[in-house]
Write a protein that binds this ligand. Structure first.
Ligand code: GLU
Length: 477
């Protein structure tokens, strides 16, 4: 998508401006802001891989934005337009995201310049293995210091290949499984990681709608079930967010935007059917239960309650921000609204829930996966049996005291010990709730701050400044 002509700064610079704005609002020393903004290390790799008898040279980056907490954590992106500026910007977002979600990691990001669709599975495996070896050789992948995860263009499949390559290189590293997160279930992954970012978007919105005065401030009314939503991107994040919001909260998904256009149905689209159609045909065109148009970009400007950009960065930019009609923008993607667009939208009174809060669910569950890998034991293994026994005893006591029988559905719930997915979902929900409450607190107590993004950045940079101060790298707050 062409945004370049509308913007006067790069993606990374836009994120730096967001930090500047929050620093100014909380009176942070500008030198400290510079320490926080600096990308600590970035490596560019050019490595050859034999493909069908020819040798192709691939280019990739790994950027470590902050290492005040380790490991530095972030996704590995495979896309034809990846570049160093973007990778550094996305790594910075990871630092702020981890700080807000209270995850003890630094921020990082990786990118490989590739269109995965141009290669077979075997070729991709070879490329991923080589990329992993190049990173490992320079210690840019390691359970203690640098831990990638899925991102745009990658999934649990690539993570399994990375883990396997690392294991072949370092078989005696007892924590080798923790060198990457987002792995398949039987290769050290955890249940709920695949859908974690989308689930996190849902939890973020649920929490927002628990704050009636905030909902009213955004010009919205009623609960999530009355909201009409436009979503851009039906990849892993967009699909799960839309599906849960429609199926569990009763929201109406009136439009889905994808690469080849948009499909609209004011009565609500069946997200699962759209995804299936997309997988089968490669596009939205011809989807029977909605009106198709090739003008996907214009659909961002549709009349709706909530716009959820869940694709790539810079989709709402200085060129279209004036025409956005949504009341609330929920940033499921990383950086979907540019700095300049953000200024315009704020001016126009459109509320934005920022990426560094909204999409923190992915790295939150990655954190759970990493700790599980280090403990070498599934969550709940030690206490599940005990929980069930407690439930049984509690029921027996209740029934003998009251002389009444508990209804069967309640009985089952009380006696059920939490399984691993329950624990992960509960940890994710709690993380999103706490993060939103922290943001609301910041808004309440800081008269200079009136928007969610600046509040979220203020929390993140406060925490990072404190951490750098303790290391002697920044002035006291
Ligand atoms: N790629 C995801 C993100 O941008 C997840 C990163 C992770 O789990 O480390 O937040």
């Amino acid at each position: 998508m062409d945004t370049g002509s509308h913007e006067s700064m790069s993606f990374r610079e836009g994120i730096d401006r967001m930090v500047d704005r929050a620093s100014l609002a909380i009176g942070l020393n500008p030198e400290t802001a510079k320490v926080i903004q600096a990308c600590n290390a970035v490596i560019q790799l050019k490595f050859p891989v034999g493909i069908d008898g020819n040798v192709e040279v691939f280019t990739g980056w790994w950027a470590i934005h902050s290492a005040h907490r380790l490991p530095a954590k972030g996704g590995l992106r495979f896309a034809p337009l990846v570049n160093q500026d973007e990778t550094e910007g996305l790594a910075a977002l990871m630092s702020y995201k981890c700080a807000i979600a209270d995850i003890p990691f630094g921020g990082a990001k990786g990118g490989l310049l590739i269109n995965p669709g141009d290669y077979t599975e075997d070729q991709l495996r070879k490329i991923v293995r080589q990329f992993t070896m190049e990173l490992a050789r320079r210690d840019f992948i390691n359970p203690a210091t640098n831990v990638p995860a899925p991102d745009f263009g990658t999934s649990s499949r690539e993570m399994a290949w990375i883990a396997d390559t690392y294991k072949a290189l370092f078989p005696d590293d007892v924590n080798r499984d923790a060198c990457v997160t987002g792995k398949p279930l039987n290769r050290g992954g955890v249940p709920g990681r695949t859908e974690a970012t989308g689930k996190g978007v849902q939890y973020a919105l649920q929490e927002f709608f628990r704050h009636a005065e905030r909902v009213a401030d955004a010009g919205l009314s009623d609960g999530l079930s009355s909201q009409r939503i436009v979503i851009q991107g039906l990849g892993n994040v967009g699909y799960h967010a839309a599906k849960y919001l429609a199926e569990e909260d009763g929201s109406t998904i009136i439009a889905i935007i994808e690469r080849d256009g948009v499909v609209v149905n004011e009565d609500g689209l069946n997200v699962h059917d759209v995804r299936q159609y997309l997988a089968e045909t490669g596009g939205l065109k011809g989807f029977p239960a909605g009106n198709y148009s090739a003008q996907g970009e214009q659909a961002l400007e549709m009349e709706c309650d909530i716009l959820i950009p869940a694709a790539l960065e810079s989709q709402v930019h200085a060129g279209n921000a004036m025409r956005i009609k949504a009341k609330l923008i929920v940033e499921a993607a990383n950086g979907p609204v540019t700095y300049q667009a953000d200024e315009i939208l704020r001016e126009r009174g459109i509320t934005i829930l920022p990426d560094i809060f909204v999409n923190a669910g992915g790295v939150t569950v990655s954190y759970f996966e990493w700790t599980r890998n280090l403990s070498h034991m599934r969550f709940g293994r030690l206490q599940r049996g005990l929980d069930e026994l407690r439930g049984m005893n509690y029921l027996a006591a209740l029934e003998s005291l009251t002389g009444k029988q508990t209804p069967e559905n309640l009985r089952r719930e009380i006696m059920r010990g939490a399984n691993e997915l329950d624990l992960i979902r509960s940890g994710l929900d709690d993380t999103m709730r706490m993060a939103f409450r922290d943001i609301v607190e910041m808004l309440r107590h800081h008269p200079n701050i009136s928007d969610y993004r600046t509040a979220a950045y203020a929390i993140a940079i406060n925490k990072m400044a404190q951490s750098y101060y303790e290391l002697g790298l920044a002035e006291p707050l």
